[in-house]
Design a protein around this ligand. Structure first.
Ligand code: PNS
Length: 189
């Protein structure tokens, strides 16, 4: 006789109220359309994505963790299946407090692989129940990184279309740049 779902043990990585949960950790300094693309595609596999912003005092960031949190919360305000949070310390310890068992990371190029492979292997050795899922970045964003976005923005280059408008504005505020839309240079110019 079937005992029904209510008697079934809760599976790892699933939350009774949340379904399948994935953690998408990173510095997000700042968040880019490349990140948003990964979140969007992760939501096609998982029911919930926790965007976990690392609060790492060792790493010099342009935006404080509060600023990064605020930007991400605004950006995902209309996406109910995305939770924005921050964490300090080891990622595996943070993941253990949630009900996720999968970490999602974007891979842009083979050059990302070595760092990601080390990180995933270390996390797996710290917690053997954890897996890292790598997602190839979409072709439109494979050249976009937070580091290059900051560099281009600081030097006054156009970053529109690569990061949300809110991030464009915040970068301009940081670098005290004028708020005029910079035209992209094309062959016809
Ligand atoms: O966007 P980033 O900077 O590539 O993200 C790296 C991040 C934050 C995911 C990674 O540095 C991390 O997990 N930091 C938390 C500390 C930790 O757990 N370190 C051990 C992993 S090797």
């Amino acid at each position: 006789m079937s005992r029904g779902n209510e008697m079934a043990p809760k599976k790892e990585g699933e939350d009774k109220n949340m379904g399948k949960v994935a953690i998408y950790p990173g510095s997000f300094d700042p968040i880019t359309y490349g990140h948003l693309d990964i979140v969007e595609r992760t939501l096609e596999i998982f029911d919930k994505v926790i965007v976990a912003i690392a609060d790492n005092a060792e790493k010099r960031s342009l935006f404080s963790v509060e600023e990064r949190l605020q930007m991400a919360k605004i950006i995902f305000k209309d996406t109910p299946n995305v939770i924005v949070d921050s964490f300090k310390g080891l990622l595996v310890d943070y993941v253990a407090k949630t009900n996720a068992k999968v970490i999602v990371r974007g891979l842009r190029a083979t050059s990302d692989f070595e760092y990601e492979f080390h990180m995933a292997s270390m996390n797996r050795s710290l917690n053997t129940h954890l897996d890292t899922l790598f997602m190839m970045t979409s072709k439109d964003y494979f050249f976009v990184s937070s580091r290059t976005i900051k560099e281009v923005a600081k030097l006054g280059g156009g970053i529109e279309g690569l990061v949300p408008d809110l991030v464009v504005r915040r970068l301009k505020e940081k670098f005290k740049l004028p708020f005029t839309k910079k035209k992209k240079i094309g062959w016809d110019d």
